[in-house]
Design a protein around this ligand. Structure first.
Ligand SMILES: Cc1cc2nc3c(=O)[nH]c(=O)nc-3n(C[C@H](O)[C@H](O)[C@H](O)COP(=O)(O)O)c2cc1C
Length: 397
């Protein structure tokens, strides 16, 4: 079935890979927004490593085995996914496309995968919850603990099935591309921004028109619930941080577990010790993540951290992974090393930039077809059968 309207299909024609999607998005978005999504922290060492280390890992196929339809279904926290993929929470998506997380969530439901809806969404968690399919909610602390608790309450009332507590964002990472571009999240048009952004906007009229028609939104509706005056914080205010950690702490995880009966996921774990701690506090899953290399630069690729975490968790919780997953083969490699499923961030954002919901759906279907092809060619009947035996033993020199 074709995805989206004819104009969207035209925009997606020829997008066969992550690189195609990234190139196409680069032509749609103003430079500073493209860089906001594409970039990482400091020297972007960790961001590069995420991809390089995944790609260095080699597959070990079994030949002469006919696998017509490999099984991709995966269960995570009681929900069956049509493939072992979730969409990663990405704040600021309404700047990328007016439909933002509404589009991501709808596309995810259509694809049979779970979206992780970010705290820093341009749409309220209630509006997003109104669409079909199971959803998880990603939790930040924003201003303080009370603010965080009101988000938890909102997620509960709106029917989110799990909370994903992001732990690696005490303060924002040092994203030098953003500083160079003068990206403040706040694209409010005044004389200064008009001068600075004018030349970029003229070259991206489609994006500029959509952004203008959307009312140039910068506020995060989810933050309106805890300001004393009911005023929503802007993206800039959110990113500025304050005297308190922007991420929940272990103490918060403990408190949340006492009152939250749904699934509890700790995102941003890189070591066995932290994974064990999360599980001891009652987490049902951990996400091995370095935030796509956007936070602490100089940490290893997540695929290198994964085996230590899997061993530490010892089957007591599900282990998920994100950062650098670009192709179906990457998904297969992560699963072979013990991940139950992966989250994808930037690939989804590029799809959103190109064609809204249809673009996200396109990117997810690309991933699905790549996973299927890889599994068929490997002679592997189902994702449940993947283990380290499907990887070459000495892949990394
Ligand atoms: C533009 C952008 C915004 C993000 N915002 C958030 C966020 O608000 N909360 C969060 O937990 N992670 C956030 N992340 C990190 C993603 O959830 C995920 O960990 C990361 O993108 C995975 O790496 P990948 O982009 O290489 O797939 C963001 C990532 C990007 C690219």
């Amino acid at each position: 079935m074709p995805l989206g309207k004819p104009a969207q299909q035209r925009r997606l024609a020829g997008v066969l890979s992550y690189e195609d999607a990234r190139d196409r998005a680069r032509k749609v978005l103003p430079r500073l927004l493209f860089d906001y999504v594409d970039g990482g922290a400091d020297d972007e060492l960790t961001m590069r490593l995420n991809g390089e280390r995944l790609r260095r890992l080699l597959l070990r196929p079994r030949t002469g085995v006919w696998v017509p339809r490999p099984g991709l279904k995966t269960e995570v926290l009681g929900t069956t996914l049509s493939m072992p993929v979730l969409t990663a929470p990405c704040g600021g998506m309404r700047l990328v496309h007016p439909d933002g997380d509404l589009a991501v969530t709808r596309a995810a439901a259509r694809a049979g995968v779970v979206p992780v809806v970010p705290s820093g969404s341009g749409h309220s968690l209630e509006d997003i919850a109104a669409s079909d399919g199971p959803k998880w909610f990603q939790l930040y602390r924003f201003s303080d603990r009370a603010g965080m608790e009101s988000l938890v309450e909102g997620a509960r009332a709106a029917g989110y099935e799990a909370l994903v507590v992001t732990m690696d964002t005490g303060i924002a990472g040092n994203r030098e591309r953003d500083f160079r571009n003068g990206f403040s999240y706040d694209l409010r048009i005044n004389a200064g921004t008009a001068l600075r952004l004018g030349p970029q906007m003229i070259r991206r009229p489609g994006w500029a028109f959509r952004f203008w028609r959307d009312g140039m939104p910068f506020e995060l509706p989810n933050t309106a619930r805890f300001g004393s005056d009911g005023r929503a914080m802007s993206l800039t205010e959110m990113a500025r941080g304050g005297a308190e950690s922007f991420s929940p702490t272990w103490r918060d995880v403990e408190r949340i577990r006492e009152t939250w009966a749904g699934g509890l996921v700790v995102k941003g774990v890189m070591t066995g010790d932290d994974a064990r701690r999360a599980v001891d506090l009652g987490a049902d899953a951990v996400v091995v993540s370095n935030h796509g290399g956007r936070q602490l630069d100089g940490v290893p690729a997540t695929i290198d951290a994964l085996p230590e975490v899997v061993a530490a968790v010892g089957g007591r919780a599900a282990v998920l992974l994100d950062s650098g997953v670009r192709r179906g083969g990457d998904v297969v490699k992560a699963l072979a090393l013990g991940a139950r499923a992966v989250l994808v961030g930037r690939p989804v954002v590029w799809g959103l930039a190109i064609a809204g919901e249809a673009g996200v759906a396109h990117v997810l279907e690309l991933l699905r077809s790549q996973i299927i092809r890889t599994m068929c060619l490997m002679g592997c009947p189902s994702v449940a059968a993947l283990d380290p035996g499907w990887l070459w033993a000495h892949p990394r020199s």
